[in-house]
Design a protein around this ligand. Structure first.
Ligand SMILES: NC(=O)N[C@@H](CC(=O)O)C(=O)O
Length: 432
């Protein structure tokens, strides 16, 4: 019997964890929610959490689960197990599966699979355009009204490049308080072969360049469209200092724009590409140290609202090619918090309360997810992560719960904070 089975129906009393930086307190988990610790039954399971930090379950705005269509790379079952190990209790599953999530039926199918095998809540993201082709709007309204209650729409992997289609999408989602999450990449400036931040190094390495303006230009346009339509825009995986400037301007104007940054863009730079290792091939590409510094500042001051992993698992036979031919993407769910601790918490740029905001409550709010991102309070759903702020280890890609091995952190000494995760009172991960 696993520890999780063992806990079924029993009280779990978590003792002395620091509640997201607000100081130590006890938590009682009962019947899926937090209850008053003073009411704990005498046979409660006790978890000594002294020295640990308690955070609300993390919410990832940007996960690729690959099911349906590429179950050799990831499934709902393996992807959500990886999520639980990373402290996540909800993931938004991107629409670039096969078939694409561009209908109510596809979204509901994914929900059905997740209800059987998920170790975290799976929230289908709906495609903006049919087949991600950027021509015709997908069934946005039907997806919104379906059992999936879709609120986030994205052609991620592709940019909604046509300004008219983007305008229509923004106008449409406003009716149900939805949001369009844009993969900002002007295809005329950075086509599908663009795989290296454009600059001195891309020239030296002979890799097709991906200029910063291809991102910032689309974001500037979309901010204006969001202002025109009075609708909500979310910017996926911001990678450049130029885009940060545009976001600052947009927020000063009061436009409803939010943005996310990936863990890899907070730590890795284009210099990783000098060995032509396709593990580091990702879209948008790794950028300069100046960009990394600007992204950290923006996450610290709230110009960038959230961390999104862009967990992009790929089978070996899609990744192990010459750099230009390999698939774009890297794993992220299991290591996201580790990288945020390393890049933001240790240097003092974010406190634990900020981590809870940037990785849980704000993403839950952007996706309009009730029951996620809630404070650790009596009566709230027991979505909880226990974190050891001091522990470190060397990342081993073979220890991953993901089906894929394209882990850019393999062999790197990083924080190893994950102790345990509960989703709706069910224990979904325990460090062994
Ligand atoms: N972010 C990535 O590098 N990859 C994404 C989609 C994409 O190409 O943007 C994927 O689905 O693999």
């Amino acid at each position: 019997m696993t520890q999780a089975d063992d806990e079924q129906g029993r009280d779990v009393l978590v003792l002395g964890a620091d509640l997201a930086g607000r100081g130590p307190a006890d938590l009682l988990i009962r019947d899926g929610s937090f209850a008053d610790p003073a009411d704990a039954r005498p046979d409660a399971d006790r978890v000594d959490a002294a020295g640990l930090v308690a955070l609300p379950g993390l919410v990832d705005l940007h996960t690729h689960l690959r099911e349906p269509g590429r179950e050799d790379a990831e499934t709902v079952e393996t992807g959500t197990r990886a999520a639980a190990r990373g402290g996540y209790t909800a993931v938004l599953a991107m629409a670039n599966t096969n078939p694409v999530t561009d209908t109510a039926e596809a979204a509901e199918h994914l929900l059905g699979v997740a209800s059987r095998v998920g170790s975290a809540q799976v929230v289908p993201v709906g495609a903006v355009s049919k087949g991600l082709e950027g021509e015709e709007l997908a069934e946005l309204g039907l997806m919104a009204r379906s059992a999936a209650r879709t609120r986030v729409f994205s052609d991620d992997g592709h940019c909604v490049a046509d300004a008219r289609l983007m305008r229509r999408a923004l106008e449409y989602v406003r009716a149900f308080d939805g949001v369009v999450a844009q993969h900002a990449q002007d295809p005329r400036l950075a086509g599908r072969d663009a795989c290296c931040a454009e600059g001195e190094l891309s020239g030296r390495l002979g890799l097709p360049g991906w200029p910063a303006v291809a991102e910032a230009g689309i974001v500037a346009r979309d901010v204006q469209l969001a202002e025109l339509t009075r609708s909500r825009l979310h910017v996926c995986h911001v990678s450049t200092a130029e885009t940060v400037d545009v976001l600052r301007w947009a927020k000063q104007r009061g436009v409803e724009v939010t943005a996310e940054v990936t863990p890899h863009h907070l730590l890795l730079t284009v210099d990783e590409l000098t060995g032509y290792d396709p593990t580091f091939k990702v879209n948008p590409p790794l950028r300069s140290g100046e960009d990394v510094a600007a992204l950290r500042d923006a996450l610290s001051d709230g110009t960038i609202d959230a961390v999104g992993t862009d967990h992009a698992p790929h089978a070996r036979h899609d990744k192990e090619h010459a750099f230009v031919d390999a698939a774009f993407g890297m794993l992220g769910l299991e290591t996201a918090l580790a990288v945020v601790v390393e890049t933001m918490v240790r240097p003092g740029a974010l406190g634990w309360g900020d981590v809870a905001t940037r990785m849980s409550s704000v993403p839950a709010h952007i996706a309009r997810l009730p029951g996620q991102g809630r404070p650790l309070r009596v009566g709230e759903p027991a979505n909880l992560v226990l974190v050891d702020p001091e522990r470190r280890s060397v990342v081993d890609r073979d220890a991953s719960l993901s089906l894929s091995r394209n882990n850019p952190w393999h062999g790197r000494d990083l924080p190893d904070p994950m102790v345990a995760t509960w989703w709706g009172g069910r224990r979904t991960f325990t460090r062994s």
